[in-house]
Design a protein around this ligand. Sequence first.
Ligand SMILES: C[S@@+](CC[C@H](N)C(=O)[O-])C[C@H]1O[C@@H](n2cnc3c(N)ncnc32)[C@H](O)[C@@H]1O
Length: 284
Amino acid sequence: MSEENRTRDGALKANIHVHSQLAKTGEYNKSPHFRPENQDKVRKIILRLLGDRKKGAETKAIDFGCGTGFIIHMIRDLFTEVHGVDITTDMMKQVDLSSGNVFLHESLAEKTKFADNTFDFATAYSFMDHLFNYRDFLKEAHRVLKPGGIFYSDLNPNRDFILAMGVANARKELSISPLVQREIQGALHNGQYYKENFGIDAKTLEDAEPGKSFEKGFSAEEVLSTAKSLGFSKCHVEFEWYLGQAKIMHEHSVKESEAVETYLNMVLPASAHLFKYLRFAFVK
Ligand SMILES: C[S@@+](CC[C@H](N)C(=O)[O-])C[C@H]1O[C@@H](n2cnc3c(N)ncnc32)[C@H](O)[C@@H]1O
């Protein structure tokens, strides 16, 4: 990896390039997180986090790194106003503004124009790994949230998982199942996948995901302690999408996949390296 591209500017340029390409070719909205079962899951998580708050009279939400509107479309019926922030215009062009309460801002998530204490709810879905420095972003999210406001971030690559795939990849004496091979590919050689499938330069893709390619994902403990140091209270992490979950869901049953998930959650943190992503919820 070259050091000169490990700059904030390098990450921003790579993000705009990669996401413009994916948006213009229509590939972005085919990402796995757009599948209906995941959309149902995310909506339920949001309702759980909001609890009774969703019934408030004047409520404002902000979605950082809103892209084509994955979260915006899911929450626009829950808030008086929903604001989306992103740096890639071609992604934002695909956000549906027809509800009349969605407002888009071409801006850095780390430095927005909003006043302190503006929002009741802040979201960052499939976003933090695209940042050069996630602490700067969390600081801004904390600033614009009202006291008591909720921050929700999801689909953050789990460092324990990426490191475990590195260990699996090095075990040359053992045969590696196709399932694990695919995960090794995704965790360690994602750039190559994008090159082969979307013609996006592997290095540019890596530069667009510094939190994944260079930092090797997020440490749950480190993010929690960063959030606390910024003034968030009630900082909570959940582990999600265990290795093989989609296969069990589709080839066996949802019930069986839930049983495995319950078991793996029961034996945390010993099983932490088997989960691909981290979900965070903080209260200001
Ligand atoms: C993987 S997409 C996620 C989009 C959407 N949240 C979703 O879940 O589909 C990441 C988005 O973050 C945006 N982005 C990257 N760095 C950013 C930054 N520093 N400030 C604002 N947006 C940024 C990209 O342009 C891209 O649209």
